[in-house]
Ligand binder design. Structure first.
Ligand SMILES: Cc1cc2nc3c(=O)[nH]c(=O)nc-3n(C[C@H](O)[C@H](O)[C@H](O)COP(=O)(O)OP(=O)(O)OC[C@H]3O[C@@H](n4cnc5c(N)ncnc54)[C@H](O)[C@@H]3O)c2cc1C
Length: 1798
């Protein structure tokens, strides 16, 4: 030590003395982390302070060399783990083991758990190191350039971090100058932030300080603000240290800064889960492999060894699993149904109320002195005395209490008073109770002087209850604590003039049971004098011991009590003191007071045995006989004691045990053990194999005493002794992870070791060979039940097993009735629970494992109301579970519950009637099917009786498995209770022929995985469809630990309802529903949601709930989000509002909305005061919503809506700025519309069904296709879309096979798409009726004659159909007019000439005399009402339609020159076919080509789909022949004799085609035209391309437009996302709708999302390549180049063809929409490329605005298609559809186009 001291006194080499502080501390090396490895120096300015410090240090011991060595070793290990790889491995390992890594590191690296560890002088080696460092290293170190650069680097990094703006308070100088190793920041949630950073790979910590707040010694007056201890505390509570390693790359520092920002944001959100256990295990394994790689390498050559070991391990695993399964299947584990039933029959009245219900009718008057009040029986007596204080006239209650474990008298009394048991009696306690310090087992109570009675009131009675209840005490100790203490108390009672002395003894003073009931009198000690025995016991005790055995006493406790009884009675008699002795037998937990199940603070008797069994402290008791166990509830003992104290009872000795007559009302110990095991099994507190093993032990040990002794020695005693032996070593090992862990471990082991012999000690009482029978005046309370009390004992036992230091709390028994089915622990335990399950196949076990894993990711706890399970034990009739439908998790949870309880209850896995939507989901659908689900179409049965369903139901009835049916049908979006449906029950009733039991099953969730999406639906957004991809994505998130915690799901079964052939289904479902509502429960999270919604404080809400006797369970969320997200908040609040106490006080209409279809009469009434505020606040919100709904309803009516539907009203409420929350808007819409109560989510609700018109139908595929045109819809009569139920599910279907690409399958998706996009409910049956055609007025005779004179009669058509059809185009206005049979002006006649001469004749006739008007018509496909007759006011002449379709011949074709002459009336399709005969094509293919004509194209300047290759009509027409009243105009070039070749360009004259094109028939009638034709293409190839979004698609189109014409595809159309969906929905018809197809679709989706394309945003291009092979090849090459440049993905030719076919389908779809009052029209215009990005958004905005302005229901459906590419721009076409139902003037919306601004 000397040289060190000298050197340390030497001046500092650097001369640095700190910053001038009073005391500066310098540390070296790991001083902070590893207990002074490098040492430290304190520089103290003040000499006297320095001296005092030195003096203090001198008094401390010197740290030993061994300790130093230990420190160095730890430092080395620690250093080794500092490499990132090993550190990561350590983190993973520690976290996998379930420890908090941060805490473990702190515990490991710091040893300052006791001050003694640092109150040591440094060891000599440390001082030597320090000296060496100061002398040689220090200077060099400061000059060391690497250190300098390291410091500079750290500072640089710190600066960089600070510059990044961390968003947190930084504890650093602005330049980061004082940031060396760490950068401290302050935030509100440091642990969470640190955890978040740790998860992102940054070693941040929030616990690296052990500094603690020290109260300032300075007086408050001198305390400066800067030195406030609270500031330091605040700092320590908020600090997070960010790692600033000099090796950190700048990019990593940036990432760290980003991570900090994110972590700070996410620290507001609920804590993210720990990294997925799977990943951790992987990391751990990899880490392990890394550490052990040398040994692994040495193994490599012997691979066969690895294989054989692996096989051996597998074999062992298999065998172990089989043994475990066998044990788990022990038949005795099957639950006793009565025990389950007992759970719900626990005492209803408890506590003070129970005492008051049983008055004693006795008086004590005065003060009472009580001993043992802090014990179990004494506590019960104290409670009873206080509860009856008034009744008995007790004015003072003096408790004689000893000091214990440093606690003063006051502490102990306060502790007693504050205990849960006296909650009801605190006031009386404060008024009556006083403490008196004294220890009955000490001479003169430990008092130094003689005490007088310290109270004013006279002492009336003394109750001595204190006593040491240890059976195996040495004789003397037992004599002191039980005899001396009692006699001393009796003497005190005499001295203080008490009138009565009551002594609590034991019923087992009767040494042995007898066949006769034991009497309430002193036990016979034969010739032994009690006083002599006492005297001997107090000396050496050997004679007393002999006497004890001789008299048959099993232990010193009962023996000493027996002696005490004799002596006390003798002494009291001598002093004329009234004496009573109360003899309880085994005192069990309370029946009713202080509260049910109360069992004191320490486990004792039967409760203790239960605790030991549950904690494996003891494996087996000997339960040889089935005699009732002589247990008595503590409260009944207390009541008898108080009664005795007050003078009640006939004799001086009172047996506080069950009378012989009632003995059978107590279970035997074996009975208790067996049921206890069953309870443990059902509660999942012990694994089934272990319990099965215990059950077997129980049976073996019952059979034979020899077996018991051996098993007991082996299983109870030996392990405890071994454990006790190794305890010392394990304590040390555990100390590494923290002292508290080590302490807890050692105390537990000590207790268990001391208990290992209890099975032998208990045996005489618990399971005697002869039954204990007592004569007793104690009577059992009303409602007593063996099973109920058994249950109470079990719960109390388990409560102590859970926490041996704390007794069962209030409602413990009731809480115990709740069974935790699942709560995530580890993947290993999940695997264990699933795979060792008896009686199930591997598939089910695997499914259970997967389910458990998945629930674990969501940290969902699943619990069941235990008592409710009783219903499952009585399974005489087939069982149908009727759960609420809240989540996709429902059937998963129910399956899990049944799986888990399968060996314990006679229940099998249910067969689920699942929605057919699941059936087509790959993976999930298959898994469900494999697990026994069968698929039904919701609501289908109501429409079409489903024989398949009946067959499925029949199969279920035969299988014997329960059936699970979601009667609500649809998942409740807002956790309301939806109307129950009867379709499936009907099938069940009709087919079962026997009674079926319907069991309601309430599912109460906290949070749901779908909360967000359900809320979105409530807000009016479309429903997210189920998809396997979604499921896979969810799994991925689960594996990554990113799924949010869900809290708890609580299940409760209702009582069974019988479904018989004669049952009235409505009554039945109404009862089921009532139960479902009543069984729904809430947690504090629901209350929080209510509090936030109603802006009330949470305690107030909780209080209100309590006042309405609504049990509120604590939330299972570790950190409930606060405030709750909107989506979850409303769901939770509405769930709470459905509960009767609250719902009944809401306006009745709202109550009915919350619980649909509940027929019960709702009693309203004034709420209790505490509920009034809550109800008032709720009602206020409802009324506001209702008022807003009324306003909207009026506004709608004013705007022309005739019938305001609920959906329409809702939409208004949501779109208007009403500030009504969406869930309430739904309610308000329902209440105000008052038209039934539709479900959330826009599903069609049953409007009054109209009898459907009878239509003659033929099979679609068999019908012969006829080109007969429709009158009031697009296309041909045989082809249209219709809606119908297919297999009970609505679908759209096309009636013919005209368009192969559309297939023939029912288009379910199309029907859904309509509803989803338009957000209006559609009803298949609610179709616009077909009306009869109106008759037109007769044709004027003059006209008829004129026409007949001009043309042959057969050219004339005068029927209404022809006249109406000719006068209407295919624009929406025309078609709607026809559909609604709106009268108007139509043609007087239609003529169809077949030659140009006939046309000329007609025109001449028209010009004659008054004449008549002639309008040429072609295909009448115009969309501009171009063929509509002018009003009479404009042209009063008769009107004749000149139907040009009679002129439809190809006059000649000159393929060589590429020209042809064709008559104008030919339709596009005819023309195409005709030209094909000449191997040429015109290439003109407008979408309307099936009907439109060449003349029409010319007259309207039409454009075709293949414009890019062939051009528009103006590019094709070379010559026209124009018929006029004055003759035909024909502009010829060259020699008329060479008609076919005299075509060519002319430089002079106006070109006639130029005049006629677009003339709309005003200049004359085009009778024929010479057009360009081209050879038929060699190749026609369809293709499609997907682009991530519209914008990228549009840019790509622009690039294609820039290609030279020959390189462009013939057709190139871009469709937006909505149109793509439409195409997909149509394509569904051509594809097989099977699971395989869905699987393929899922794979495709997965591939697309991998490529960054989401189908919900993508845009698609359909392409048609046409031309010669080299041409097409070249085109494709160019296009492919552009596709890859713009991130497109090829979508295949099938999709291309489907997209092309959509062209033909669109018009049919428009008319299909009209059937359901959905009006649609296309907006088309030319847009220059420069404005293309603005137009589509602007159109959307304008359309939405218009829709809103007109208050139309639902949403407009819009899509955009870019159809043509021009050099200067493009031609977007925007189909727009809106529902017009219930509007008075539906066409108003189209009267003025929307005002598009861009
Ligand atoms: C579903 C659908 C798809 C369509 N797709 C396209 C498309 O892709 N490209 C496109 O450009 N248009 C399209 N249209 C619009 C329409 O098909 C065209 O305007 C077409 O050219 C009209 O031809 P039509 O034979 O049906 O003429 P009609 O509708 O009968 O008449 C249109 C006008 O031409 C006049 N007319 C007709 N024949 C003669 C004649 N021989 N001599 C003088 N005047 C005459 C009529 O008096 C009338 O004014 C479509 C329409 C619908 C309903």
């Amino acid at each position: 030590m000397e040289p060190s001291r000298r050197s340390l006194a030497a001046p500092w080499p650097m001369g640095f003395r700190g910053h001038g502080a009073d005391v500066s501390l310098f540390s070296f090396g790991y001083i902070k982390t590893l207990s002074a490895l490098g040492g430290g120096v304190a520089w103290v300015q003040n000499a006297s302070l320095r001296q005092r410090m030195q003096q203090l240090q001198q008094g401390w011991p010197v740290r030993s060399r061994a300790q130093r060595l230990w420190t160095v070793l730890r430092a080395f290990v620690f250093k080794a783990f500092l490499t990132p790889c090993l550190y990561g491995f350590l983190e993973s390992l520690v976290t996998t083991l379930g420890f908090d890594f941060d805490r473990v590191i702190v515990a490991w690296t710091r040893g300052f758990t006791k001050l003694e560890y640092i109150r040591q002088r440094p060891s000599v080696p440390l001082l030597e190191t320090l000296l060496w460092r100061l002398q040689s290293q220090h200077k060099a170190a400061f000059e060391d350039s690497s250190l300098q650069s390291s410091v500079a680097r750290r500072r640089g990094l710190a600066k960089q971090m600070l510059a990044a703006g961390l968003g947190a308070e930084v504890v650093s100088l602005g330049d980061g100058a004082n940031s060396w190793w760490l950068l401290p920041i302050l935030c509100d949630n440091p642990r969470q932030v640190a955890q978040e950073l740790l998860m992102r790979g940054f070693d941040a910590t929030s616990t690296s300080t052990q500094l603690q707040r020290v109260q300032s010694l300075a007086s408050s007056a001198t305390r400066s603000a800067a030195l406030r201890a609270s500031d330091g505390e605040d700092f320590m509570n908020r600090v997070v240290y960010l790692p600033l390693d000099p090796d950190l790359a700048p990019s990593a520092a940036r990432q760290l800064a980003e991570a900090v920002k994110d972590a700070l944001q996410s620290s507001d959100a609920p804590a993210r889960g720990r990294p997925a256990s799977g990943r951790r295990v992987l990391v751990t394994l990899l880490g392990g492999a890394l550490v052990a790689w040398p040994s692994l390498i040495s193994w490599l050559p012997s691979l066969w060894l690895i294989w054989s070991l692996l096989l051996l391990a597998l074999l062992l695993l298999f065998l172990a699993a089989k043994v475990a399964q066998c044990l788990a299947g022990d038949p005795d584990l099957r639950m006793d149904p009565k025990l389950l039933q007992a759970m719900s029959a626990l005492p209803k009245v408890e506590g003070v109320a129970f005492c008051r219900e049983r008055p004693l009718k006795l008086r004590l008057e005065g003060a009472v002195l009580l001993t043992g009040a802090t014990g179990f029986v004494g506590g019960g007596i104290l409670f009873n005395l206080l509860a009856r204080a008034e009744e008995l006239g007790i004015t003072r209650l003096v408790l004689l209490v000893r000091q214990r474990r440093g606690q003063t008298l006051e502490d102990r009394i306060r502790q007693l008073r504050d205990g849960e048991m006296f909650r009801e009696l605190r006031e009386t306690f404060d008024k009556v109770v006083v403490g008196l310090e004294g220890d009955v087992s000490l001479r003169n109570f430990g008092w130094t002087e003689d005490k007088t009675w310290p109270q004013k009131e006279p002492l009336t009675a003394v109750l001595h209850c204190a006593g040491d209840v240890r059976f195996q005490q040495p004789m003397q100790k037992a004599a002191v604590s039980l005899i001396s203490a009692t006699l001393q108390m009796q003497q005190l009672a005499s001295k203080w003039k008490a009138k009565r002395f009551l002594f609590v003894s034991t019923a087992f003073v009767h040494a042995q049971p007898s066949s006769e009931a034991l009497e309430e009198k002193l036990v016979e000690l034969r010739d032994f004098d009690p006083m002599e025995l006492y005297r001997d016991a107090m000396s050496h005790g050997s004679w007393a011991k002999t006497a004890m055995h001789e008299l048959g006493f099993p232990n010193t406790y009962t023996f000493a009590k027996a002696i005490a009884e004799h002596l006390v009675i003798r002494a009291c008699d001598a002093e004329a003191l009234d004496v009573k002795i109360v003899r309880p037998s085994i005192v069990g937990p309370a029946w009713a007071f202080p509260y049910t199940g109360w069992a004191g603070e320490k486990p004792s008797t039967i409760v203790g045995a239960g605790a030991l069994l549950a904690r494996r402290g003891v494996r087996v008791f000997r339960d040889g006989f089935d005699h009732p166990c002589p247990v008595v509830p503590v409260d009944l003992v207390a009541e008898l004691a108080v009664k005795g104290l007050a003078g009640g009872g006939d004799s001086r000795i009172l047996h506080a045990c069950l009378d012989a007559a009632d003995a059978d009302k107590m279970p035997s110990f074996r009975f208790f053990t067996k049921r206890f095991y069953q309870l443990l099994a059902i509660k999942g507190f012990m694994s089934l194999p272990e319990l099965g093993f215990n059950m077997k032990l129980l049976r073996w040990c019952c059979e034979s005493a020899t077996v018991f002794y051996h098993v007991h020695a082996l299983l109870n005693v030996l392990p405890m002794q071994i454990l006790d032996f190794v305890r010392i070593f394990l304590e040390k090992a555990l100390a590494i992870f923290g002292q508290s862990l080590s302490r807890r471990f050692s105390s537990t082991v000590r207790i268990l070791a001391s208990c290992s012999t209890l099975p032998m000690q208990y045996h005489p009482f618990s399971s005697p060979s002869t039954c204990w029978r007592f004569r007793s005046s104690l009577r059992l309370p009303e409602g007593w039940g063996l099973y109920e009390y058994l249950f109470i004992c079990c719960t109390a036992g388990y409560a102590f097993a859970e926490n041996p230091l704390k007794g069962p709390g209030r409602h413990q028994a009731k809480r115990f009735t709740e069974i935790r089915v699942f709560s995530h622990e580890s993947a290993l335990s999940d695997a264990f629970s699933a795979f060792v399950h008896p009686q199930v196949s591997l598939f089910y076990a695997f499914a259970a494992f997967v389910v458990r894993l998945a629930l674990g990711w969501q940290r969902l706890t699943v619990s069941v109301q235990g008592a409710s399970l009783a219903v499952l034990t009585d399974l005489e009739a087939p069982l149908v579970l009727c759960p609420q439908h809240r989540s996709i998790l429902d059937f998963v949870l129910i399956g899990l519950v049944c799986f888990q309880f399968q060996p314990l209850l006679p229940i099998q896995l249910p067969q689920v009637a699942a929605d057919a939507e699941f059936s087509n989901l790959p993976l999930l659908g298959w898994a469900l099917g494999g697990l026994g689900a069968f698929f039904v179409r919701r609501g289908g049965g109501a429409v079409q009786p489903d024989p398949a369903l009946r067959a499925k139901v029949g199969r279920f009835l035969q299988s014997g498995r329960p059936l699970e049916v979601f009667l609500e049908g649809l998942r409740s979006r807002g956790r309301r209770q939806l109307r129950l449906r009867t379709g499936l029950l009907k099938a069940l009733r009709d087919i079962s022929q026997r009674t079926v039991q319907l069991v309601p099953l309430a599912l109460s969730y906290e949070l749901l995985p779908e909360d967000e999406s359900l809320y979105k639906e409530m807000c009016g957004q479309p429903r997210d469809p189920l998809s396997t991809l979604g499921l896979l994505w969810w799994v991925l998130r689960g594996l990554r630990g990113e799924l949010p915690a869900l809290g708890e799901a609580h299940l409760s079964f209702g009582s069974a309802q019988k479904l018989e052939a004669s049952s009235d289904l409505d009554t039945l479902v109404s009862e089921v529903q009532r139960q479902l509502v009543d069984l729904t429960s809430v947690t504090t999270l629901h209350c929080q949601a209510l509090a936030e919604t109603l802006e009330l404080p949470l305690p107030k809400v909780l209080e209100a709930m309590e006042a309405s006797q609504l049990p509120v369970r604590p939330s299972r969320l570790a950190v409930p989000p606060s405030p709750l997200p909107e989506a979850a908040r409303w769901a939770l609040a509405l769930q709470a509002a459905t509960l009767p106490p609250l719902r009944r006080r809401l306006p009745r209409a709202w109550g009915r909305w919350l619980v649909e279809g509940l027929s019960e009469e709702e009693p309203g009434g004034a709420p209790p005061a505490s509920l009034a505020e809550l109800c008032g606040a709720f009602c206020a919100q409802l009324q506001t919503a209702e008022a807003a709904a009324r306003l909207c309803s009026e506004a709608l009516r004013r705007s022309g809506v005739q019938e305001v539907t609920e959906e329409h009203l809702l939409q208004e409420l949501l779109s208007q700025d009403t500030a009504v929350p969406p869930p309430l808007a739904r309610g308000a819409a329902c209440v105000v519309a008052a038209k039934g109560f539709g479900a959330f989510g826009g599903v069609a609700k049953g409007k009054p069904r109209q009898p459907s018109a009878v239509t003659l139908l033929w099979p679609a595929q068999e019908a012969e296709l006829k080109d007969e045109e429709c009158l009031d819809r697009w296309g041909f009569k045989d082809t249209k879309f219709v809606a119908q139920y297919v297999d009970g599910r609505p679908a759209a279907q096309i009636t013919s096979q005209r368009y192969k690409a559309l297939g023939r399958q029912p288009l379910f998706q199309l029907w859904e798409l309509f509803q989803r996009q338009l957000c209006v409910p559609l009803n298949v049956r609610d179709v616009l009726p077909e009306r009869p055609l109106f008759e037109l007025p007769q044709v004027p005779t003059a006209l008829r004659e004129a026409l007949e004179a001009a043309l042959p009669a057969e050219r004339l058509r005068l029927d209404s159909f022809a006249r109406i059809r000719a006068g209407a185009g295919h624009g929406l206005a025309d078609v709607w007019r026809l559909r609604s049979r709106e009268p108007g002006r139509f043609f007087d006649a239609v003529v169809r000439p077949e030659s140009e001469a006939e046309v000329e004749a007609l025109l001449q006739a028209a010009a004659r005399g008054d004449g008549f008007g002639v309008i040429p018509v072609g295909g009448r496909t115009n969309v501009t009402s171009a063929t509509k007759c002018p009003p009479f006011e404009v042209d009063p002449r008769p009107m004749v339609a000149l139907d040009m379709r009679g002129l439809s011949r190809v006059l000649w074709v000159n393929a060589e020159d590429g020209v042809a002459m064709i008559e104008a009336g030919i339709t596009g399709v005819e023309l195409k076919k005709a030209l094909e005969l000449f191997s040429v094509t015109m290439g003109m293919e407008p979408d309307s080509m099936e009907l439109s004509t060449l003349g029409g194209w010319i007259a309207t300047r039409a454009s075709g789909m293949k414009r890019a290759r062939y051009g528009n009509i103006e590019d094709m027409v070379l010559e026209v022949r124009l018929a006029t009243p004055g003759g035909t105009i024909w502009q010829r070039h060259g020699d008329p004799a060479q008609a076919e070749t005299s075509i060519g360009r002319a430089s002079t004259n106006l070109a006639l085609p130029g005049l006629v094109l677009g003339s709309e028939g005003c200049l004359g009638v085009v009778t024929a035209a010479v057009v360009r034709v081209r050879p038929l293409p060699q190749v026609v190839e369809y293709q499609s391309v997907l682009f991530p979004d519209w914008d990228r698609g549009a840019t790509w189109m622009r690039e294609v437009a820039r290609l030279p014409a020959c390189l462009r595809p013939a057709s190139c159309r871009l469709m937006d996302q909505n149109q793509l969906q439409l195409a997909q929905a149509l394509k569904q018809g051509s594809a097989q709708n099977s699971a395989l197809a869905n699987f393929r679709a899922s794979l495709r989706d997965a591939f697309l999302s991998w490529k960054g394309v989401s189908l919900s945003e993508a845009a698609a291009v359909t392409l048609v390549f046409e031309g010669s092979r080299p041409e097409v090849k070249l085109q494709k090459q160019e296009v492919a180049r552009l596709v890859s440049n713009f991130g497109g993905l090829w979508g295949g030719s099938a999709s291309g063809a489907a997209g092309y076919a959509l062209t033909f389908a669109i018009a049919y779809l428009r008319d299909f929409g009209l059937d359901f009052r959905i009006l649609s029209e296309s907006l088309e215009t030319m847009v220059p490329w420069s404005r293309i990005s603005e137009v589509w958004p602007a159109v959307q905005a304008a359309v939405r605005e218009r829709h809103k302005e007109l208050r139309l229901p639902g949403k407009p459906f819009m899509s955009c298609r870019m159809t043509q590419l021009y050099d200067e721009g493009t031609w977007p076409s925007v189909p727009w559809a809106s529902s017009q139902s219930s509007r008075s003037r539906p066409l108003r919306i189209w009267s003025t186009p929307p005002d598009v601004r861009c």
